[in-house]
Design a binder for this molecule. Structure first.
Ligand SMILES: Nc1ncnc2c1ncn2[C@@H]1O[C@H](COP(=O)(O)OP(=O)(O)OP(=O)(O)O)[C@@H](O)[C@H]1O
Ligand SMILES: [Zn+2]
Length: 603
């Protein structure tokens, strides 16, 4: 992804220090010399370089700042080498310094900086399609972030599934041919396709649910532009990047445009996490074309993205992946891993043996794949990673990960898959829009006394891993707001349900919530109190001038002074009267008001 190549030499790797191009076979030798030079002095080189010298002042290659959330699990599983540049920054925003025109993690002291540079190069080169072999041979770990299918194909499933690296990352598509679904947006007939083919990429906001391919599409767009030498690609995560870092990236982009006439594609993951003023930082640069912005968000951009920025970007709405698209993604995965589908022709060249000959063969039931495609709810990351979990689990059970003396075959069944798919990953995005959409649907179904729909939305939330107490709190509120005095017992029911959930927990509390939801759906409804109280608030807030004093006869008079002031004077203690008591309880100016029928215009 971050590998820069010139259009003329498709197999070349760019030196991040002097920015000249080399073949994959010579880059390492060159780099040692170039780094040494860069660290000690900046005299012209005499080494293996050909081609014109390039200004040292030019900006370095892309800073890759990985979102902490998605890369941490990857990074932790890696060998010390590959990710150490990013690893110690995990959970904190990455701090960077520029050295030799390169961004180097601040924590790399002294010569570690040059090692960092080299690792960065390794990773970048690794991400590109060409020139990867030599570089990878130095790396102990077999896979790296963003690595594409081409590399995956070289690995046996045993190696690939043994490393604790998300399969979804390993299999991230590099071309539109491997990118499934989303035809409305990037299909042959789509409006966007000609732009992509002609390299005229506008600034984009990619909006879609998790795991539908936003990041992947950005990578594909970038790599098509890079192949044609049209642009460089920089990734930032809104969760871990400061405004200063953004400015730095923009400064580089300006230099790049000025010196090399190359545009920068800036990919910002989770752009909705940038606050509005951070989003403003991009605005002029998007406008004048220094950077092409590709922002990804799971949240509705009309609420979460700065309006000015939004108006300069084309919004592409990606959909949840369909079951069919998920099926294709999973099929590609099993084919890549050399896993056979049970009962299918094993002479199919698609299933060329990648299991080191003597290793047991891995089979999976078609039904298992179908189940996965259904249950991952259009999230390819969940789908692929649950495939990985299911296979890994069977492999370790059958001792496949230990060398030799293992059985000849293993089979992954539908049950294994279901085990692997954790309920919290199904159906539901707990933090995002889904959370609010579902609770709103539940509330409205109960209000409409539709008990079936109410149960359904409850199920959607609980099966998706929603906190039962969150639902219970909403029921308590509903009991008063929507049922109210039409059935005051509803409030008791709801509070009891809340308490019961509190001490029983999931999954046993499901039925308690279900009972309460049905009770509330069936209950008669009255909003008269809710409305009357709302009127009280409106009346108070729209009151002009000082609020009327509390009538003296309603005040308590615990001291003699207060009594002397007339507090409580004339108050009629109701139990002392056998007949109904005539007495005013409202301030004088409000006497006779009825908040149940009151309208703001009455005030
Ligand atoms: N349309 C697709 N075709 C093929 N593979 C896909 C597709 N979408 C996603 N994937 C797979 O799922 C993984 C995760 O997708 P990606 O990172 O693009 O999702 P995302 O929409 O950016 O999600 P998030 O909002 O959670 O970051 C990719 O690495 C890739 O393997
Ligand atoms: Zn160099």
């Amino acid at each position: 992804m971050a590998n820069e190549k010139t259009a003329a030499a498709p197999d070349s790797v760019q030196c991040p220090v002097c920015l000249k191009d080399f073949t994959s076979a010579t880059i390492n030798g060159h780099l040692d010399i170039c780094l040494l030079k860069g660290v000690t002095d900046s005299s012209p080189s005499t080494a293996d370089e050909s081609g014109p010298p390039v200004k040292k002042s030019r900006t370095g290659p892309e800073a890759i700042i990985k979102p902490a959330a998605s890369s941490s699990s990857v990074a932790s599983a890696q060998s010390p080498g590959m990710f150490s540049l990013f690893q110690s920054n995990r959970g904190k925003p990455p701090v960077q310094t520029e050295r030799n025109g390169l961004f180097v993690g601040k924590q790399s002291p002294g010569s570690a900086a040059s090692k960092g540079v080299k690792r960065l190069l390794n990773e970048e080169a690794d991400l590109g399609a060409a020139g990867t072999e030599t570089l990878r041979s130095q790396q102990p770990a077999p896979a790296s972030s963003g690595q594409g299918l081409k590399t995956a194909k070289r690995l046996s499933p045993r190696t690939l599934l043994a490393v604790d690296k998300p399969l979804a990352e390993v299999l991230r598509p590099e071309t539109l041919e491997e990118y499934f679904g989303q035809n409305k947006v990037v299909g042959e007939q789509s409006l966007f396709r000609p732009l992509l083919d002609s390299q005229e990429i506008p600034s984009l906001i990619l909006w879609g649910p998790p795991g539908c391919g936003k990041t992947t599409l950005a990578h594909i767009i970038a790599s098509t532009s890079k192949k044609k030498g049209a642009a460089r690609f920089v990734t930032l995560s809104a969760t871990s990047t400061s405004t200063n870092e953004v400015r730095e990236v923009i400064k580089q982009a300006q230099n790049e445009l000025r010196l090399c006439k190359r545009k920068t594609i800036l990919f910002i993951d989770e752009i909705h996490r940038f606050n509005k003023s951070q989003q403003d930082t991009f605005l002029p640069h998007v406008e004048c074309g220094t950077v092409t912005l590709i922002g990804a968000t799971t949240e509705n951009p009309s609420f979460q993205v700065n309006a000015a920025l939004l108006s300069r970007c084309k919004v592409l709405v990606l959909e949840k992946l369909s079951v069919e698209a998920m099926g294709s993604i999973l099929n590609r995965a099993v084919a890549t891993l050399g896993i056979r589908i049970q009962g299918q022709d094993s002479t199919n060249p698609k299933y060329e043996d990648q299991t080191d000959g003597h290793r047991p063969k891995i089979y999976i039931q078609q039904k298992a794949l179908d189940t996965m495609a259904y249950l991952c709810d259009g999230d390819a990351r969940v789908g692929l990673n649950s495939l990985q979990l299911a296979v890994q689990a069977q492999m370790s059970k059958t001792n496949l990960l230990a060398p030799d003396d293992s059985p000849q075959e293993i089979l992954v069944t539908e049950e294994h898959v279901k085990e692997g798919l954790q309920r919290s990953h199904i159906l539901y995005d707990k933090a995002g829009e889904e959370h609010y959409n579902c609770i709103s649907a539940l509330h409205k179904s109960m209000r409409g006394s539709h008990e079936n729909a109410s149960l359904y939305w409850l199920g959607r939330m609980l099966e998706g891993g929603e906190d039962p107490l969150y639902v219970a709190r909403r029921l308590v509120r509903f009991a008063s707001e929507d049922v109210g005095m039409a059935d005051p017992a509803a409030l008791t029911q709801a509070v009891s349900a809340f308490q019961a959930c509190h001490f029983i927990g999931m999954p046993e509390c499901e039925v308690i919530l279900a009972q309460c939801v049905v009770y509330l759906a069936r209950a008669p409804k009255s909003v008269s109190i809710y409305k009357a109280y709302d009127n009280v608030k409106t009346c108070l807030r729209s009151h002009k001038g000082p609020l009327p004093p509390v009538p003296l006869h309603l005040r308590n008079a615990p001291t003699r002074l207060m009594k002397q002031l007339g507090y409580s004077k004339g108050y009629k203690y109701n139990p002392a009267f056998s007949d109904p008591v005539e007495q005013e309880y409202l301030p004088e100016e409000l006497q006779g008001i009825n908040f149940f029928t009151w309208k703001p215009s009455d005030s």
